[in-house]
Design a protein around this ligand. Structure first.
Ligand SMILES: O=c1[nH]c(=O)n([C@H]2C[C@H](O)[C@@H](COP(=O)(O)O)O2)cc1CO
Ligand SMILES: [Zn+2]
Length: 164
């Protein structure tokens, strides 16, 4: 008899996004994103981090202070990286799974790439103008968004082989 406690596609792609988020060096918010196509194949994954070649040791991770002394002008968001890392430029009819509701800049990238649905976990910045702008654009463009529904509270991955 087959297992019944396997991950759904939605849980699986969100888990991939959350695993990618664990690569983030951001001390405050780690975000991951995973793009899946209509055949449920992963076509792109990303997390928030500084651009290629920009040293994590030189750029700041601060949230406050003078703009140029914070992370905000420099960090590439998870969704941008997931789209840029995708195997195809054409993401028509794909879904993006992301730990945090996309900001307005990522929403523009998502819409322009052809992605048709956003599945998110947290909407902790829902009262910000950025997220409000995202929803205005998504509603206007007819792009669906929904919070992941799952009974699971966590997914454990053991790196210890079962025989040990
Ligand atoms: O959609 C997003 N995707 C994403 O990767 N991020 C990143 C940028 C920052 O590194 C971090 C947000 O930082 P903070 O929560 O400290 O303001 O999350 C932030 C958002 C939402 O603004
Ligand atoms: Zn963003």
């Amino acid at each position: 008899m087959k297992r019944t406690d396997y991950l759904s596609w939605d849980e699986y792609f969100m888990a991939v996004a959350l695993l990618a988020a664990q690569r983030s060096k951001d001390p405050n918010t780690q975000v991951g994103a995973c793009v899946a196509n209509e055949q449920n194949k992963i076509v792109g994954v990303g997390y928030n981090g500084f651009p290629w070649g920009c040293s994590d040791d030189e750029l700041p991770w601060n949230r406050t202070g003078a703009f140029l002394d914070t992370k905000y002008p420099y960090v590439c968001h998870a969704e941008l990286n997931a789209v840029l890392n995708s195997i195809s430029k054409d993401l028509r009819n794909c879904r993006i799974y992301v730990g945090l509701f996309p900001c307005n800049e990522c929403t523009k990238v998502i819409i322009q790439s052809g992605i048709k649905e956003i599945i998110y976990l947290s909407d902790k910045y829902k009262d910000s103008d950025q997220v409000k702008a995202s929803k205005i654009m998504l509603n206007s463009a007819g792009i669906a968004y929904r919070r992941l529904k799952t009974e699971l509270r966590s997914i454990t991955i053991s790196l210890v082989p079962p025989e040990l």
